[in-house]
Design a protein around this ligand. Structure first.
Ligand SMILES: *[C@@H]1O[C@H](CO)[C@@H](O)[C@H](O)[C@H]1NC(C)=O
Length: 396
């Protein structure tokens, strides 16, 4: 007992918070109100600290982009209300010299009527789709159609559909075939169907994979081919217009143009400008218009605390619409010129650690109490001094 007592007795020497005897303490109403007010202040500050702790923030950082060798996806959905699908083509050209035209992979063209409604593909058949029984006549005969001197594209060494002959011709750089004299085209009734489809618009959507270098992709009328090392589009059909006399034009509405996947949640749309052109609407009242969009593309990464990071691209746009004279030569179309920024933005979701939250709370409590104590003492002293003065005044 005595031993224990002495140990505690020695420990007592270390008490940094020596207590005053209760008898000497005085409770004042000002003291009570200071305590109350400081408690309220502490409560509100701790609350705001708690909110800051539970909500996360996104921090952007800028570094040099090291992923530039990768391919970049283009994810688009564009409607051309006055362009039939069969005249509309997509081409990609880039600085590496890679050039793909008539790109059809992962791209869907939806035929629209002039009021913008989707045309039901019942009996009517899409142009150039041999699987739909267009060329029944030829298929049943199991004949090998002639390519009229062009090298066939497919392994079959035959051109069994009008489209195959057309493609083979384009590949040879011979320009367009005259559909009036090609047996396949006559058998398919190509001309009739082209005419029937002229009062239509086209919604085109899908994905393209391009090299992540400077380049452009464009939507232009007519099949494209290489002739004398030049990129040429066959504009005959486009310029001629529909048989009923109405003209095609390149009016368009961009529903979506992104260089990355569709947004998983709205965080992306709040943080980053990944779909700057969405909702753009252009009206051309003539055939020969060149719409140019100059895009500056910045790689962007979103790294949430939980879940997998999103790799996408942001871009900013400048535009130029050039209405050419009807006699001008030059390719009408909608051009997207892409320029890739060497920098990459990473948005990282961060949250305060528990340690810093506790530190913050303790700092608030300690700080408020210290200041309140100081204030209380000053008020108490002033009160005492005032009372003394008043008493002295009475005795005098
Ligand atoms: C393309 O955009 C139109 C208009 O917003 C929409 O109705 C259509 O569903 C979209 N197509 C795709 C494949 O997202």
């Amino acid at each position: 007992m005595s031993k224990k007592g002495s140990v505690f007795g020695n420990l007592r020497q270390l008490d940094g918070y020596a207590k005053t005897l209760d008898d000497f303490r005085v409770k004042t109403t000002t003291g009570a109100s200071v305590t109350l007010i400081s408690a309220l202040i502490i409560l509100s500050l701790v609350c705001s600290e708690l909110i800051a702790y539970t909500t996360s923030t996104w921090r952007p950082s800028l570094v040099v982009d090291k992923s530039r060798k990768e391919k970049m996806p283009i994810n688009f959905n564009i409607t051309f209300p006055h362009m039939p699908c069969h005249i509309l083509n997509i081409d990609i050209m880039d600085d590496t010299g890679e050039h793909s035209s008539g790109y059809s992979q992962d791209i869907t063209k939806v035929r629209l009527d002039l009021s913008g409604r989707e045309i039901e593909l019942g009996e009517s058949v899409t142009l150039g789709d041999p699987s739909k029984g267009v060329n029944k006549a030829l298929q049943s005969k199991k004949e090998c159609g002639s390519c009229y001197g062009a090298t066939p594209l497919r392994d079959s060494k035959c051109c069994n559909t009008c489209q195959e002959v057309r493609e083979a011709y384009v590949k040879m750089g011979w320009g367009m075939v005259n559909v009036d004299v090609i047996d396949q085209c006559i058998a398919e009734g190509w001309k009739d169907r082209v005419e029937k489809q002229s009062n239509e618009g086209c919604n085109i959507y899908g994905h393209l994979l391009v090299n992540k270098v400077r380049g452009n992709f464009h939507f232009a009328p007519g099949d494209a081919f290489q002739a004398n090392n030049m990129h040429v589009h066959d504009l005959k059909e486009f310029v001629k217009g529909a048989p009923d006399g109405h003209k095609f034009d390149l009016s368009h509405t961009i529903h979506k143009l992104k260089f990355g996947p569709d947004a998983k949640d709205e965080t992306e749309t709040i943080l980053a400008v990944t779909d700057a052109l969405a909702g753009t609407e252009k009206n051309a009242n003539q055939a020969r218009v060149v719409y140019q969009y100059f895009l500056k593309i910045v790689s962007t990464q979103l790294r949430p605390i939980k879940g997998i990071p999103t790799f996408t691209n942001q871009y900013s746009v400048t535009q130029n619409d050039n209405f050419m004279k009807e006699t001008a030569t030059g390719l009408p179309g909608v051009f997207f010129n892409m320029d890739i920024s060497p920098m990459q933005i990473t948005y990282k979701e961060t949250r305060k650690s528990l340690g810093s939250f506790l530190t913050g709370v303790l700092a608030i409590i300690g700080g408020v109490f210290t200041v309140a104590g100081l204030l209380d003492r000053v008020v108490y002293r002033a009160e005492k001094a005032y009372k003394k003065k008043v008493e002295m005044g009475k005795t005098l």
